[in-house]
Design a protein around this ligand. Structure first.
Ligand code: SF4
Length: 414
C-alpha cells in the first residue's frame, strides 16, 4: 500500500497493489447474454485501469472487502473506515487497488482439466473459450511509486502468469481463448497468440476515439490512439481480432460514433460487440466525480431515472445498428448486448409515458399507447429476445462458418 502524493496535496490518493493468497484458475463464466466465453481466467482482484463506468465492483469485488481487510497491511485504514461508515471502498476506490493472484501450476492444470471435461455441456454461444479476463485486465501496469523493486516483481509476476496459463491452455487442452484488454502491453504476447491460430481471438475495448472522453471514462487506461496502434500490430502479426465498442457514451452523437465505427471497421474485426453504459451500484457517481476532477460536463441526465436510461440505451442500440448498415459492416459482425432490464415491458411503457409527457404534453393513451404497444411487440421484444437467446445469437469465431444473423434492420425504426 502507498500514498500517491503526486495526486495533489488536497487529494493524496492511497493505492494498494500486491499479491494475495488466491490462486489463478479457470472458472465457469457468470456472463449471460454476451456470447463471449464459457470460462474466465482472472489474474487479479481489482484493476489499475479504473474505468469509471465499470460494473466489476458491484458484481465481484465489493463482496470480497471483508476478506481482503483481513490480510495484514493490504487495505488502508481509511478504506476500512469507509466501509464501517456504510460505503463500499471496493467501489469508491476502484482503480486504486489491484491484487494479483498467486500462480500454482498444479491448481491451474486441475482447473483446466475440469473445464475441458465440462465444456461440451455448456451453451455453445461461449465458443468453447476461456476469457482473459472478465473482472480485470490481463495487461495492466502496477506502478508503485518509490518502490521500483516491488513494481518489477509484481509486473513480472503478472506477465509470467498470463504467458504460462496461455501456454498450458494451448498445450494441454483444445479450448479456445478470448483476450480482452485496453492495453498495448498485449503486444508482448503476440508471439504466443500466433501459435494458437484460430483458437485465439484478441480484442480491445474502445468506447471512444476522443482522448478527453477516454480520460473521463477510462481514467488510467492507455488512450484511444495507443489502442488503435495495438490493433494494427495485431492485424500485421496475423492475429484474429474483435472489438468491444463498450460502452458507447452519452456525450457523443451520431457523427462521432460513425467515425469510431468507420475507424474500427478498417481492421476487419470478426465481431464488433456493442453496449451502452448500464447502471450499476455507484458507477454514475464515479463518472460524475471523474468528470468534475477534469472539469468536464457529462450528460448524466440520461441516467437520472430508469426511463431516461432506457431511452438512451435503446437510442444507442438503434444508432449503432443504423451506422453499421450505412457503413456496410458485414452481416454477423455487429453483436449487441442489451441489458436484461430492457426486457421489461412495464419499464418500456414507463419510458413511453415519460416521452408522451415531455414531447406531447399528454398521458400515454389512445393512439400513442397503441403505437407504443405495437413497437414493443413487433420490434423491441423480438429484438431483445434474439440477443438473449443462447442458441441463436452465437458470436462469430474464426475458422467457423459465420452464423447468419437475424435481420434486425427490418424490425428497428430508421
Ligand atoms: S479495464 Fe475492464 S475490468 Fe478494468 S476497470 Fe476497465 S472495464 Fe473494469
Amino acid at each position: 500500500m502507498y500514498n500517491d502524493n503526486n495526486a495533489g496535496p488536497a487529494r493524496a490518493t492511497q493505492k494498494s497493489f500486491d499479491i494475495i493468497p488466491s490462486k489463478t484458475v479457470i472458472a465457469e463464466s457468470n456472463f449471460q447474454h454476451k456470447s463471449l466465453c464459457c470460462f474466465s481466467c482472472n489474474i487479479a482482484t481489482g484493476c489499475c485501469h479504473g474505468c469509471s463506468f465499470c460494473y466489476v465492483p458491484e458484481t465481484a469485488t465489493i463482496k470480497q472487502e471483508a476478506r481482503l481487510e483481513n490480510i495484514l497491511g493490504l487495505i488502508p485504514e481509511a478504506w476500512k473506515e469507509e466501509r464501517l461508515a456504510g460505503n463500499h471502498w471496493g467501489d469508491t476506490q476502484w482503480g486504486n487497488y489491484s491484487f494479483l493472484r498467486e500462480w500454482d501450476e498444479d491448481e491451474f492444470k486441475k482447473s483446466l482439466k475440469a473445464a475441458s471435461r465440462k465444456v461440451d455441456s455448456l451453451p455453445s454461444d461461449g465458443n468453447r473459450a476461456v476469457m482473459f479476463c472478465t473482472t480485470t485486465d490481463p495487461y495492466q501496469t502496477l506502478a508503485i511509486r518509490g518502490n521500483p523493486g516491488k513494481t518489477t516483481i509484481l509486473n513480472s509476476h503478472r506477465r509470467n502468469m498470463v504467458r504460462r496459463s496461455l501456454e498450458m491452455i494451448r498445450d494441454f487442452s483444445d479450448l479456445n481463448v478470448r483476450i480482452l484488454t485496453r492495453s498495448p502491453l498485449a503486444v508482448e504476447d503476440f508471439d504466443i497468440y500466433k501459435t494458437f491460430g484460430d483458437r485465439l481471438l484478441f480484442g480491445m475495448s474502445i468506447p471512444t476515439l476522443d482522448p478527453h472522453w477516454s480520460s473521463v471514462y477510462e481514467p488510467h487506461a492507455p488512450g484511444p490512439q495507443a489502442k488503435l496502434r495495438t490493433l494494427e500490430k495485431a492485424v500485421e502479426a496475423g492475429v484474429n481480432i474483435y472489438v468491444a465498442l463498450a460502452p458507447t457514451i452519452p456525450d457523443e452523437g451520431e457523427s462521432e460514433l460513425r467515425e469510431t465505427i468507420r475507424t474500427l471497421r478498417k481492421f476487419n474485426p470478426v465481431t464488433l460487440f456493442h453496449e451502452p453504459i448500464n447502471l450499476r451500484a455507484e458507477n454514475l457517481e464515479r463518472i460524475e466525480t471523474r468528470a468534475r476532477i477534469l472539469g468536464r460536463d457529462v450528460r448524466s441526465q440520461v441516467f437520472q431515472s430508469r426511463e431516461n436510461w432506457r431511452e438512451y440505451a435503446f437510442g444507442q442500440f438503434d444508432m449503432v445498428e443504423r451506422i453499421c448498415q450505412e457503413l456496410s459492416v458485414p452481416q454477423g459482425v455487429l453483436h449487441q448486448w442489451p441489458d436484461k432490464d430492457l426486457a421489461s415491458k412495464g419499464g418500456f411503457m414507463k419510458m413511453k409515458q415519460m416521452q408522451a409527457h415531455r414531447d406531447h404534453g399528454s398521458r400515454l393513451e389512445g393512439d400513442l399507447r397503441e403505437a407504443a404497444e405495437r413497437e414493443w411487440h413487433n420490434q423491441r421484444i423480438p429484438w431483445i429476445q434474439y440477443w438473449h437467446n443462447t442458441a441463436e445469437r452465437i458470436s462469430a469465431w474464426p475458422g467457423k462458418n459465420r452464423v447468419v444473423q437475424h435481420q434486425t434492420a427490418e424490425i428497428l425504426p430508421a
